[in-house]
Design a protein around this ligand. Structure first.
Ligand code: SAH
Length: 386
């Protein structure tokens, strides 16, 4: 049995550029069992030490480029301290608001994501290696941050991919503030870690533009965009989602903050045909779920975006703003700009780009690891017809 993961050098161009992922087609000679092993090329070059799981679609995730990883606790402590310190340097407040404390590959901890909400942490595993070291992660976090509550989680999809059992944490409801709005969120029970932290900076942008506007928040989840806009002085906000549970959380958050939110339970793709009867809306946010989960779904995803953008631009008066996001890695900023350009040209309307952005600084991704860059947002302002 091999005691190392041996890869074909020409099949790991990404790894040579800084990506931590080793795909199955690169594997030449591998251990029989999952574990932590050194990685070598067929030419004998040492590439680092990885978590290896022969059953997973991404069988290798490089943990360090160092020669060896003899003391896992030391390595983990250093990586977690580094992740926390870099956030402090970036202006985030530990145990203050909500932010992402560890962003997997982008913090040298592939397969581990930790979000912090007030004093409560939610740790999400995406690999067997990280799941196996959960007791160690728990120990390092408690030594580093004291007695902050920690919820451990491994979602059903990730667990299935890795060939292990999921972890369902007990539900904990916590409160935290974002851009002047206080949210109550049932952590651990729901989508992601309970809240879409990756859109925080875009919500701040929308709130800054919202004064006096009539807002339409499509795919609203807990209404974070709409509530931020109302707190920013919007005249009204209508939040649309197909999930009744998400809408009742949105409504409860509105009440908690003394904000008047209108909600519409509906499939956005159906509702968009009739929303001109409800409007007008001069700030439209469109933040759908992954419409192209993989590269193979790209055309299907583009078709769905084409429809959404066409309908949203159709609702927009001169001076109106449309902010569209894609959380599908396969549909990036260039695709979004092209779609908006094509649909605006078809309608013969002036549309000027006022913002292009992605995820915030607490969601870093290694420069050689495009897979880590999944959120693309484009905002345009209409100048009326040609
Ligand atoms: N903008 C939100 C996050 C959106 S997540 C935020 O800032 O927090 C995507 C949301 O789309 C989920 O709440 C999901 O319930 C909803 N959704 C998925 N498909 C939908 C559809 N066809 N119509 C309406 N809502 C949908």
């Amino acid at each position: 049995m091999s005691k190392a993961v041996v890869v074909r050098r020409r099949k790991v161009p990404g790894v040579l550029n800084g990506s931590p992922w080793i795909y199955p087609n690169a594997l030449l000679d591998v251990p029989d069992t999952a574990g932590t092993y050194p990685v070598r090329t067929d030419g004998g070059d040492h590439l680092g030490v990885c978590d290896f799981n022969p059953a997973a679609p991404i069988p290798g995730r490089i943990l360090t480029r160092a020669k060896s990883l003899d003391n896992e606790e030391e390595w983990l402590t250093e990586a977690i301290h580094h992740a926390i310190n870099r956030r402090l340097r970036l202006g985030y407040q530990i145990q203050g608001g909500a932010f992402r404390m560890v962003n997997g590959e982008g913090d040298g901890l592939p397969g581990l994501v930790i979000d912090m909400f007030g004093r409560t942490m939610v740790a999400d595993c995406y690999s067997r290696g990280m799941r196996d070291r959960m007791p160690l992660i728990e120990k390092v976090l408690s030594e580093t941050l004291g007695d902050c509550p920690l919820l451990l989680r491994m979602g059903a999809d990730a667990a299935k991919r890795e060939g292990i059992d999921p972890i369902d944490p007990p539900v904990a409801t916590i409160s935290f503030a974002e851009n002047a709005v206080v949210f109550d969120v049932a952590l651990g029970s729901d989508q992601k870690s309970g809240f879409y932290l990756d859109q925080r900076d875009n919500r701040r942008l929308a709130a800054r533009w919202a004064s006096g506007r009539q807002v339409l928040d499509l795919f609203c989840y807990h209404g974070a965009f709409a509530l931020g806009c109302l707190a920013g002085g919007a005249k009204s906000a209508l939040a649309v989602d197909s999930s009744e549970k998400a809408l009742s959380a949105a409504q409860a958050n509105a009440t908690r903050n003394g904000l008047a939110l209108d909600v519409l339970p509906a499939d956005v793709f159906d509702a968009l045909g009739e929303l001109h009867e409800v409007g007008p809306f001069d700030l439209i946010i469109c933040d759908p779920p992954k419409l192209a989960p993989g590269k193979r779904d790209k055309n299907k995803g583009l078709k769905a975006y084409r429809y959404l953008i066409d309908k949203c631009l159709g609702l927009l008066p001169p001076g109106g703003i449309l902010l569209v996001s894609s959380c599908s890695q396969a549909i990036g900023e260039d695709d979004m700009r092209k779609l908006i350009m094509q649909q605006a040209a078809k309608k013969q309307m002036y549309a000027d780009v006022i913002a292009v952005s992605g995820h915030p600084a607490d969601h870093p991704w290694p420069i050689g690891f495009e897979t880590g860059r999944y959120l693309s947002t484009v905002a345009v302002m209409s100048r009326g017809p040609w």
